[in-house]
Design a protein around this ligand. Structure first.
Ligand SMILES: [Fe+2]
Ligand SMILES: [Fe+2]
Length: 362
């Protein structure tokens, strides 16, 4: 324990220093003037302060008021040494946070007993603070681990869906990145933008329940097949629903709402306007943008320009106009994501070709 001693009387300071030296595991930090303490304060480190009340320029209380301005000393216990038995002085000291008094001339036995008590108190406080800090770290670690598990579940579910769905896992990851870019431009809180990115890849998880004859059909779907296909939104939501994980709850909400339309003509629940969850409104735009800019069995890839024009033209009918404004602001980022993905795909295709020449690369 480091004990700050401040006394303008040299004889007293020496006595206090000697007495502290006799206490177990205690080191004295003696100062003969408040000024000297104040200039050394930023780098000082002490656990208990023993301050003479009556000093020139600054009295003990004034000095202590300056000391506790530093956050690291805010909880330091202080004892004032006073010749004064005057109630006003003592009240001022108590109001300043004094935990005890020593009366001059200091009695060594009394000093030993009182300071030892305060040192024990400071030790207990420090242990408590350490415990609280350890607990905080432990909770933080546990929460971090939980988030990792959640992400792993999402990743594995998305992988499982990838075996069934002809749309590659790249589609889901692009949709996630576009969605985050829109959410950021919409001004949603950072953690919400991040969660949308993590949950969005599962928007089509319900397609695992679609028969291959419908899901993989090359030609146009019949009316009945189309209706069956539409059920992937509700099925996806059901698969993810009722989880205790907030991320899976969000994923369920996105799965249920990513085909709803702002004008109420979407599915599965024909929700209108703001009744559609915001994450669903965002993912809906990202999903459409990606579906249009990539090749599908039933259509070639549209150009970026044509797709943007098509989507902007549907603000207020298919899409939420606020989300479309955010989409428009996010276009530089969206274009960058799209181009980066295209380069990666080309690089992967070239690598695949190098390892298996002659094989057709998709
Ligand atoms: Fe979908
Ligand atoms: Fe999709």
């Amino acid at each position: 324990m480091r004990i700050l001693l401040v006394d303008d009387n040299n004889t007293n300071l020496k006595l206090l220093t000697k007495l502290v030296g006799k206490l177990d595991n205690c080191v004295a930090l003696p100062f003969a003037s408040p000024d000297a303490v104040l200039s050394a304060l930023p780098d000082l480190d002490f656990d208990v302060a023993i301050i003479d009340y009556q000093m020139p320029v600054y009295n003990g209380v004034e000095l202590f008021t300056e000391i506790v301005r530093f956050e690291k000393y805010a909880q330091v216990p202080v004892i004032f040494v006073t010749a004064d038995k005057d109630m006003t002085t003592r009240m001022a000291a108590l109001n300043a946070g004094a935990i005890d008094f020593l009366t001059k001339p200091v009695n060594p036995v009394e000093f030993q007993a009182r300071v030892q008590n305060i040192v024990s108190l400071a030790e207990a406080r420090r242990q408590l603070a350490n415990q609280a800090e350890n607990l905080r770290r432990e909770v933080e670690r546990a929460v971090g681990e939980l988030r990792l598990r959640e992400r792993e579940i999402i990743h594995r579910l998305t992988l499982a869906a990838g075996y069934k769905d002809p749309e590659t896992s790249r589609h889901t990851l692009r949709v996630a990145a576009y969605s985050e870019a829109i959410a950021v431009e919409l001004g949603l809180p950072e953690h919400q933008c991040h969660d949308i990115r993590l949950a969005a890849p599962m928007h089509d998880i319900g397609k695992v329940a679609m028969p291959d004859t419908v899901l993989l059909k090359q030609g146009k779907l019949t009316e009945a097949e189309y209706r069956q296909m539409q059920s992937h939104a509700q099925i996806g939501s059901d698969i993810l629903a009722q989880s205790h994980s907030s991320l899976l709850q969000l994923a369920s909400e996105i799965a249920a709402s990513h085909h709803e339309r702002w004008d109420g003509q979407g599915y599965p629940n024909r929700l209108v306007g703001e009744a559609i969850p915001i994450a669903g409104r965002i993912v809906c735009i990202a999903d459409n943008f990606d579906a249009l800019t990539t090749e599908r069995p039933y259509k070639p890839a549209w150009t970026y320009e044509r797709t943007v024009e098509h989507i902007l033209g549907r603000a207020g009918t298919q899409f939420d106009p606020h989300c479309i404004a955010a989409f428009e602001r996010a276009l530089p980022k969206i274009h960058e994501i799209m181009e980066r993905d295209r380069h990666e795909r080309e690089r992967e295709a070239a690598e695949q070709f190098r390892s298996r020449p002659g094989e057709k690369v998709a």
